[in-house]
Design a protein. Structure first.
Length: 202
């Protein structure tokens, strides 16, 4: 009888262990219904809006997110909400795969920004990496207007000259010289409209 009782106890113990060892729920990174992409080429797409997303990293795992940026807009992101014993890192890359910014040692709140880099009208990627540890995280994203260069005073107007023929800045038809500002990044063209008096040229 003792042998049978011992066998019964062993069976019960094995059943309990089996129930406890059921797999955890699948990932739902950023509400995608699964694991976020594990490389830049398979990055999970996010909208270019202010938002907070939630994800999960296992040890050695990485989550990639891509964002198509609107023209004239920049991005900042913050990675937080994970256990302080973990070492999670955050990286921001441009459309060519070059690093714009990264944050390694600020656990548990890593932050990156595009400040100083023009990323409007391009696709950028965010890489969330579990250097050590595992667990849940939060990824907050802010979209903001990019710095459009210095305050402009084209031709003494106090502002930027028109950027197309239809919005050209009107100038007097007199002998004159003036200053302006253009940039291949922020302000590629300045247009001026000049009324030339009869019998004169320019």
């Amino acid at each position: 009888m003792e042998g049978r009782s011992a066998t019964a106890r062993i069976v019960v113990a094995m059943l309990v262990i089996s129930m406890v060892s059921l797999p955890v729920l699948a990932d739902d990174d950023a509400g995608s219904g699964g694991d976020a992409g594990d490389s830049s080429s398979s990055a999970t797409s996010l909208s270019a809006t202010n938002a907070t997303y939630y994800g999960n990293l296992s040890s050695g795992d990485e989550d990639w997110y891509s964002i198509q940026m609107p023209s004239g807009m920049g991005l900042s992101a913050s990675l937080y909400g994970y256990n302080t014993s973990n070492d999670f890192d955050l990286y921001l890359y441009d459309s060519g795969g070059y690093s714009i910014d990264y944050s390694w040692y600020a656990d548990p709140n890593e932050e990156v920004t595009s400040n100083g880099s023009s990323i409007g009208n391009t696709n950028v990627t965010l890489w969330v990496d579990a250097f050590t540890g595992s667990g849940n995280y939060a990824l907050q994203i802010w979209i903001f207007p990019e710095n459009q260069g210095p305050a402009q005073d084209d031709a003494g107007t106090g502002s930027d000259a028109g950027d197309s023929p239809s919005t050209a800045t009107q100038l007097n038809g007199t002998n004159q010289s003036f200053d302006g500002w253009i940039s291949d990044t922020w302000d590629g063209q300045d247009w001026y409209n000049i009324s030339i008096p009869a019998g004169h040229g320019i």
